[in-house]
Design a protein around this ligand. Structure first.
Ligand code: PLP
Length: 396
């Protein structure tokens, strides 16, 4: 029998909207032409891609020639960093980023360090915020790039992007932002925010997987990332992922059109979850900034508990969530983000991320908290640490 699934992991991925799928489908079959060919079924596809590029450009307030389609957020991050590093190496070899970036960015930085670049990893405060003053003092004459995420995927903290952009521009340093989580959750204006490069991904916004884009401001020197044909203004060769691009643009259009009502509904559920957890589950700590926070993100640490056990038990109740510990990825270390905001290892290990999406209901949120209360209580009842703690409390 099918068990009802409550999906609270929209920061990991989202389902494709049926309307988006419907727009994509013809491009797998009758509209299969290669956009580079000259017969009419192909030039129709070329036009469809041009229209998709225009749609995407409109969502971040830029012009279509600054949008480059990629195979997703990871590729966009890799491209921005590697190509900018290469193109600007004669000016300097210093890059500034933060300790809380996604691995697509951090591992690219490590790669660049092996190639002779120097990377400064900025600390963040206890809520995950970058201090603009600290950023400014880290800029050196040989700094070529600042890459700071728009919003964090684990704790939902939204960084002071406009201020970072202003500082970067004043110092003549390029500014890239990984906006994979923020895109269509927060209004983005790349001109006003002085963003030179921005990464986004389809599958985080109810679009297809394996497609995304990189915005590169006109005038930024960037060499080709994929060599071959002349696609994407000769910077990223390869026959276009036409259905993916159509789906990405459809998802972006729908998510942007409905941004204010959708995020208002998400915020209401988010705050309900936070409020109930804080008042009904003892020794629970909210991670991330309370106000500068993505509308769909809830992240808590529960003392005396293993995140993995929590996830397995929630899964048994049909609830999909995510933990702040990286055990699932084969490492015993807790998340680098939770450590960077100063959580001790044992607290970071007991973390839970719930990310809501379009369609998440208040009833689902209540069910999740009801189940979570039971899970936390049960796991604590098994914990010798908790038993010791309670004994100590009682003997006070
Ligand atoms: C998901 C994610 C990525 C990677 O995007 P993919 O499309 O899965 O490659 C990069 N950065 C952040 C912040 C993300 O959340």
């Amino acid at each position: 029998m099918d068990k009802k699934i409550i999906y609270m992991d929209h920061a990991a991925t989202t389902p494709v909207r049926p309307e988006v799928l419907e727009e994509m489908l013809p491009y797998f079959t009758e509209k299969f032409g290669n956009p580079s060919s000259i017969y009419s079924i192909s030039s129709e596809n070329k036009n469809a891609i041009a229209k998709a590029r225009e749609t995407i450009a409109g969502t971040i307030h830029t012009t279509p020639e600054n949008i480059y389609f990629t195979a997703g957020g990871s590729e966009s991050d890799n491209w921005a960093l590697k190509a900018a590093a290469e193109a600007y190496a004669s000016k300097g070899k210093h890059i500034i980023t933060t300790k809380i970036e996604h691995h697509a960015l951090l591992h690219t930085c490590e790669y660049l360090e092996q190639k002779g670049f120097e990377v400064t990893y900025l600390d963040v405060d206890e809520n995950g915020l970058v201090d603009p003053a600290r950023l400014e003092s880290a800029i050196r004459p040989d700094t070529i790039l600042i890459s700071i995420m728009f919003a964090n995927n684990e704790i939902g903290t939204i960084e002071p992007v406009a201020e970072i952009g202003r500082i970067a521009r004043e110092h003549g340093v390029l500014f890239h932002t990984d906006a994979v989580q923020a895109y269509t959750q927060v209004p983005i204006d790349v001109e006003e925010m002085k963003i030179d490069m921005l990464s986004a991904s389809g599958h985080k916004i109810n679009g297809p997987k394996g497609v995304g884009f990189l915005y590169i401001r006109k005038g930024v020197k960037i060499r080709s990332f994929v060599h071959g044909g002349a696609q994407e203004r000769r910077r990223r060769a390869g026959t276009e992922n036409v259905p993916g691009i159509i789906g990405l643009a459809a998802a972006a259009r729908i998510a942007t059109e409905r941004m204010s009502e959708r995020t208002a509904a998400e915020r209401k559920i988010r705050d309900h979850l936070i409020g109930r957890i804080e008042s009904e589950i003892p020794y629970a700590k909210l991670n991330g900034d309370r106000t500068k926070r993505l509308p769909n993100n809830v992240n808590f640490s529960f003392s005396f508990i293993e995140g993995e056990s929590m996830l397995i038990m929630l899964d048994g109740k049909g609830i999909c969530a995510s933990s702040g510990s990286a055990c699932t990825s084969g490492s015993l270390d807790p998340s680098h983000v939770l450590l960077a905001i100063g959580l001790p290892h044992e607290i970071a290990h007991g973390s839970l991320r719930l990310t809501i999406g379009d369609g998440t209901t208040m009833e689902e949120a209540d069910y999740v908290v009801d189940q979570l209360k039971e899970v936390v209580e049960w796991l604590r009842s098994m914990s010798p640490l908790y038993e010791d703690f309670v004994k100590k409390e009682q003997s006070r």
